[in-house]
Structures are given as structure tokens and as C-alpha cells.
Write a protein that binds this ligand. Structure first.
Ligand SMILES: [Zn+2]
Length: 166
């Protein structure tokens, strides 16, 4: 098999999924358009995605009424057991999300930005995650991923034309 040059790494795929999920945040009362993606322990299957939302029925003007992308990804996950799952998150977990990560028994956190998901700069969650033995790694993008939905080449999806090239 010859590897396509445009094939992206798993790391890029999952962090890209987290970034895309964040784009669902529509309320202008929060500047945070960030997302999270939870991946199966074998590192190949997305089991949950989440973005910042206001608690249903609450006013978005109060920061206390916002659910962070990490907690939403956990609540919306398509499996109950998150043991040893891997979290990809655009921002670093805040204290509350770090507690949830520990309680859910996820094993790895890959973050893109050292700012925490509540916008603070404190590092108490680093201490929590470290003491719980959860590995945290900064995600380092290797290349840009660009998706222009309006300019997708139809030939990419046309099996007959692909077969005719064989
Ligand atoms: Zn949080």
C-alpha cells in the first residue's frame, strides 16, 4: 500500500473533530467556540463529541450556566463506560472537568491550548490530573487541514470514474 500524502494522522483527525464540534457553539455571550472529542481506548473510534452550551432553559449571560465542551462530550458519549478512553480537547480541562475526567477513568488527555475551558489560567487541574495518573500531552499540529465543502471534487465520490482509472 502506498500512503496518500493527504492522509492525516489519527491525532489530527481527532483534534480536527474536536475543533469542528466547537463550531456548533452559537451563542454570542461566550467567546469560546471550543470542542472536545472522546476516543476509544484503542485510539481509533470516536465515542463522543461536545461543544460549549448553555444549560437548557437557562440564561447564557451567566458563566455559571455554561456546560463545558468536555463535560458535554462525556454526557453525549455513545457509551456509558469511558474507562481508558482518550480525550482530545481544544483547551486544557478546568478543575470541574478534570474531576469528571478522573471519575470517568479516562486515561489520556491531549490538549491544544493551555488556557482552561473556563477561561482561567490556574493550574490546579494539572495537579489533579497528575495525581490521578492521567497523562496529559500538548497536541502539536503537523500540518493544516482545510475543508472547503463548496469545492469538493465530485470525482472523489464517483466510484465508476475511480474504477475506470484502474
Ligand atoms: Zn471545564
Amino acid at each position: 500500500m502506498t500512503r496518500r500524502p493527504q492522509c492525516i494522522r489519527w491525532d489530527d483527525y481527532f483534534m480536527g473533530t474536536a475543533i469542528l464540534a466547537g463550531k456548533r457553539q452559537k451563542d454570542s455571550n461566550s467567546m469560546l467556540q471550543i470542542g472536545s472529542c472522546i476516543v476509544s481506548p484503542d485510539g481509533k473510534i470516536v465515542v463522543g463529541v461536545g461543544h460549549h452550551t448553555v444549560i437548557d432553559g437557562f440564561d447564557s449571560s451567566c458563566p455559571d450556566y455554561w456546560c463545558h465542551a468536555i463535560s458535554n462530550a462525556m454526557v453525549w458519549a455513545n457509551r456509558h463506560n469511558l474507562n481508558d478512553c482518550i480525550l482530545y480537547t481544544v483547551t486544557y480541562p478546568c478543575n470541574k472537568c478534570a474531576q469528571l475526567i478522573i471519575q470517568s477513568r479516562m486515561s489520556h488527555v491531549h490538549y491544544m491550548n493551555k488556557w482552561q475551558c473556563d477561561g482561567s489560567e490556574t493550574t490546579y487541574s494539572q495537579k489533579l490530573l497528575s495525581e490521578a495518573g492521567i497523562s496529559c500531552r500538548e497536541y502539536l499540529p503537523m500540518k493544516d487541514i482545510e475543508i472547503d465543502f463548496r469545492r469538493m471534487d465530485p470525482a472523489l465520490f464517483d466510484g465508476s470514474s475511480a474504477l475506470s482509472k484502474l
